[in-house]
Design a protein around this ligand. Structure first.
Ligand code: PEP
Ligand code: MN
Length: 339
């Protein structure tokens, strides 16, 4: 339920209203609307008499929220969130590219690719160490040792590091990681999401292969309900009947999510397409449609990559994509275009 207050509400009456809701066991989320203060009541509001609240002097309007997600809901908080990943801002007009290989393979590979993507304008470095692979016989990643190499490349390049966690017991390796990724296959691992809700670190939550936008929002609500609002949503392609691409990039997820949530959106054209030739058009389309960031796989020698070589760009090709994206940015959808 949300309560829109009149301008400059009387402080005593506001305190009384907040106290009454708290006594009912509800938690209250306060946010600034266009010009009015908005109270979002979270909890079981079924017994609350809407007309009674509407009659209060300081109240302009009361609405029941149908959606089961609250903290992620734009109706609860109409201020675009900005996530700070160790100084790199994402959201509300702040744009960032996260780039790097699918998997961490060696120190030399990581340090060299980190410098390359940084020179092209990427401000976050990715590299998988715990890899969710479809086949148990495929390269599973270097695990904790891989994270150490990623952190070496972070130190050498100065780029904050992004990598995937698959289960909470791995959290001990993530101390020097700046943005923790939950992969598509774990989007509904609710226990993992709950634990990450207790973390102070920013979390990147990828949409599942066969999950709806509302399911993505319910999953991020698990993290936010635990107290961690530093979250970024990532569209990385979904399963459809189309077989020409690895997945189908759901471009409409950008405007749809912008309407439903205040959270920043990252688009991953690499995993969405499965082909390096498709990364540039999909990246440009996503930027035009108003995404807040991109995740792009880059490898010094894609033909030799231990994972996802077919979709990985060479540093030179990445440079071309980055240039195109930055040139397009002034013409892309702005936060205010979604209001
Ligand atoms: C990845 O980013 O390394 C990855 C495995 O992506 P996804 O979870 O989207 O498949
Ligand atoms: Mn990959």
């Amino acid at each position: 339920m949300i309560i829109v207050l009149k301008k400059d509400p009387d402080k005593m009456q506001l305190e009384a209203l907040v106290g009454w809701a708290t006594n009912l066991g509800l938690s209250i989320n306060q946010s600034e609307g266009n010009s009015n203060l908005i109270l979002g009541l979270i909890g079981d509001t079924s017994a609350v008499d809407i007309e009674l609240i509407r009659a209060l002097e300081i109240v302009e309007d009361v609405k029941r929220i149908q959606e089961p997600y609250k903290k992620a809901n734009r109706k609860f908080n109409n201020t675009n969130s900005v996530v700070d990943v160790s100084g790199v801002l994402i959201g509300n007009g702040n744009f960032a590219i996260c780039a790097g290989p699918c998997s961490v393979e060696s120190e030399q590979q990581m340090i060299s690719v980190a410098q390359d993507v940084k020179n092209s304008g990427a401000t976050l470095l990715r590299g998988g160490a715990f890899k969710p692979r479809t086949s148990p016989y495929a390269f599973q990643g270097l695990g904790g040792d891989g994270i150490k190499l990623l952190v070496e490349a972070k130190k050498a390049s100065g780029l904050p590091a992004v990598t995937e966690i698959m289960e909470i017991s791995q959290l001990k390796y993530f101390e020097d990681i700046d943005l923790i990724q939950v992969g598509a296959r774990n989007m509904q691992n609710f226990q993992l999401l709950k634990e990450l809700g207790l973390s102070k670190k920013p979390i990147l939550l990828k949409r599942g292969l066969a999950n709806t936008i509302d399911e993505l929002l319910m999953s991020v609500e698990y993290i936010m309900a635990g107290g961690n609002s530093n979250v970024i949503l990532c569209e990385r392609g979904i399963r459809t009947f189309e077989t020409s691409t690895r997945n189908t990039l759901d471009i409409s997820a950008i405007p749809v999510l912008k309407k439903k949530t205040h959270l920043p959106i990252m688009i991953d054209p690499s995993h969405a397409s499965g082909s390096y030739t498709l990364v540039k058009p999909l990246a440009m389309a996503s930027v035009a449609a108003g995404c807040d960031s991109l995740m792009i796989e880059v490898h010094g020698n894609p033909q030799k990559a231990l994972c996802d070589g077919a979709q990985s760009l060479t540093p030179k090709k990445f440079d071309d994509v980055a240039k195109a994206v930055f040139a397009l940015r002034p013409y892309s959808m702005k936060p205010e275009d979604f209001e």
